[in-house]
Design a protein around this ligand. Sequence first.
Ligand SMILES: [Fe+2]
Ligand SMILES: [Fe+2]
Length: 248
Amino acid sequence: MFVVAHISDLHFNGTEYNRRRNEITVDYLNRCADGIDVLLITGDIADTGSPDQYREFLATIRTPLPTIATIGNHDHLPTYLDIVGRPENSVFDVAARAGDSGDLRIVAVDSSLPDSSSGLITDDTLDFIDTRIREVSSSTRILLAFHHPPVILHMPVMDVIRQTGEKRLADLVRSHPNIVGLVCGHAHTAAVTSFAGKPLCLAPGVSSTLKLPFEGAGVIDPTQPPSVAFHLLDDDRLATHFRVATGE
Ligand SMILES: [Fe+2]
Ligand SMILES: [Fe+2]
């Protein structure tokens, strides 16, 4: 079995409030580290994409876990590349262990667009995904990660800035049966739905949770604590568990 810890929407902004929520989250994950294969971060690492916010990220999210990350609409790609130094599109491979029927490859890509809150997986990025899937065995399971959900979530504030052009992504997903699921963030809500016949799981927002339309006035629910998703993958099924990140 593989275990992917997944966090999203860290929104480092120089405030003690956001930094503390991120500290609690990474401390919680580090206490579980022996059971986790990889930490996945799906964007909005910084709140406005300034160099100081990426330095704050690097100083705060300190973990022994191997980490794969991509960016979101609040990030600034050139600054992220300069300060964090990780590519915007990347893969992470977890080798099969005894009892596993194949390896796991996480393909994490940038769905953000310059100067836009909405998302799009460009043709070049679709080609990257396709190439990185085709270069491994069909027995390798693929988890596809990006920032913007490609579906309506019935959250009016977020639905208008979701990922568009999703039919091309759906066609790609249908052409690769070894894709076991898709994961993203952006909507600051722990949610599970489906896309192109596969599970689509949203990590909750570390920095905040956004309300559903019937949860009262305002957009952000300040009572919701930081939380994480754990994606557990056995031979043929993805099981996602959500946890509040608690202090010791
Ligand atoms: Fe966000
Ligand atoms: Fe976002």
